[in-house]
Design a protein around this ligand. Structure first.
Ligand SMILES: N[C@@H](CCC(=O)N[C@@H](CS)C(=O)NCC(=O)O)C(=O)O
Length: 229
């Protein structure tokens, strides 16, 4: 596959190429992309499931399409894209006729990104597999200490999102109003992870309400790691 600039520009014409999705069922960043694909009704031509516990995403064979060694990623003939939020924005930009995940209104778009980034930048990276592995293997923190770390950063992140939701006062039922957006797409996988690690969520009523509403939608349910097992 050639990754030169000219071939990457082929996508700029606004045509969605036939693409491959690199996925791991329990990855919350990949879960975001699965929700986005379902909400838009887009099916990748191929899905490659990689077991990140075995480090499969770092195999040399994927070096040109997953250069940072993390899932999710997309590739197509002549190009690749990583970073779940960039990938979702790419899907959205190429299919504005399908349900919009980043609202057309610039202020609402910023608000969707605000919540998405509070999850994807301020919360999730602190609890990534490689971070938890480093705490355990390199710094030799106990299982209990790692769990404490995990819960602390989710609680910090969710406290911020809860305050934002309260101040934005969208009226629901989704994070920013009547339609699910990038905000919900990022929030729900983090809620799933929080439940998995028994983070108490009763102090985040607005997040809980949004999660309950999203989970009534098939697009969210079918994207869940539980749907894959
Ligand atoms: N900022 C990235 C995060 C990607 C990421 O952290 N992926 C995790 C799974 S959720 C991963 O591949 N972890 C492998 C590892 O930590 O070794 C995104 O949004 O796509």
């Amino acid at each position: 596959m050639s990754l030169d600039t000219a071939s990457n520009q082929e996508c700029e014409a606004g045509q969605m190429p036939s693409f491959t999705f690199y996925n791991y069922f329990r990855s919350s960043a990949a879960y975001r992309v699965r929700i986005a694909l379902n909400l838009k009704g887009i099916k990748p031509a191929h899905t490659v499931d990689l077991d990140i516990r075995q480090g499969e995403q770092k195999a040399a064979a994927f070096g040109e399409v997953i250069p940072h060694g993390l899932v999710p990623a997309f590739s197509w003939d002549g190009g690749f894209l990583t970073q779940s939020i960039a990938m979702i924005e790419w899907l959205d930009a190429l299919t504005p006729h399908l349900p919009r995940l980043v609202p057309a209104d610039p202020f609402q778009a910023s608000q969707a990104r605000e919540i998405a980034l509070a999850v994807a930048c301020d919360t999730h990276p602190l609890n990534n597999l490689r971070v938890l592995n480093y705490l355990g293997h390199r710094l030799e923190l106990s299982e209990d200490a790692r769990l404490q770390w995990y819960r602390h950063w989710v609680e910090e992140g969710f406290a911020a999102v809860e305050r934002i939701l309260r101040l934005r006062c969208s009226g629901g039922p989704f994070a920013l109003g009547l339609q699910p957006t990038l905000a919900d797409v990022c929030l729900i996988p983090q809620v799933f992870n929080a439940r998995r690690f028994d983070v108490p969520l009763s102090t985040f009523p607005m997040i809980n309400e949004v999660a309950e509403r999203c989970e009534t939608l098939e697009a969210f349910r079918k994207a869940s790691p539980e749907a894959a097992v």
